[in-house]
Design a protein around this ligand. Structure first.
Ligand code: ZN
Length: 157
């Protein structure tokens, strides 16, 4: 295993052990449940959006190390970002983990999220890494704020 892969592996394990923003938000502006039946990952994502910015983001639930680390990193990355910034981060992250950016993508601007780039090589794990993102993305642009559920088997990746 290369040094960078080892570092990434440790980041994922560390986020899995001590996930960031692992709490509920009472009366959140947006609540969405994400379920990945292939692996059993099941999370609820909470978002508060104020003035076109993610004022707060959190999650609760359980699943494999990759899905939990991804939700932890995602909530950290989007907190304080504008809706447009979150949109472009989602597009970039999604392209990286689904392998659309090739086997050796430039992930420098993704920060710790780059640790998840390696899942592109393991198709079964792509849905684990993208679960929280699909759930978050599905409600971000919704006007209707009633809670919803996203099942990854309904998404392309
Ligand atoms: Zn999983």
């Amino acid at each position: 295993m290369s040094a960078i892969n080892e570092l990434y592996q440790q980041l994922i394990l560390e986020h899995n052990k001590s996930p960031r923003n692992f709490r509920t938000i009472e009366h959140a502006d947006k609540t969405v449940e994400g379920y990945n039946p292939l692996c059993g990952d099941h999370y609820t994502i909470y978002l508060n959006v104020k003035d076109n910015r993610i004022a707060d983001a959190s999650f609760q639930g359980a699943g494999c190390a990759i899905s939990k680390a991804s939700a932890s990193m995602m909530t950290s990355a989007i907190k304080g970002a504008t809706v447009e910034e979150v949109e472009s981060l989602f597009q970039k992250f999604h392209a990286v983990v689904t392998g659309k950016m090739g086997p050796d993508p430039d992930v420098e601007d993704l920060g710790s999220l780059g640790a998840l780039a390696g899942v592109a090589e393991f198709p079964a794990r792509i849905k684990c890494a993208s679960l929280a993102w699909h759930a978050m993305h599905s409600v971000l642009h919704e006007m209707n704020d009633s809670p919803k559920t996203i099942v990854t088997s309904d998404t392309t990746e």
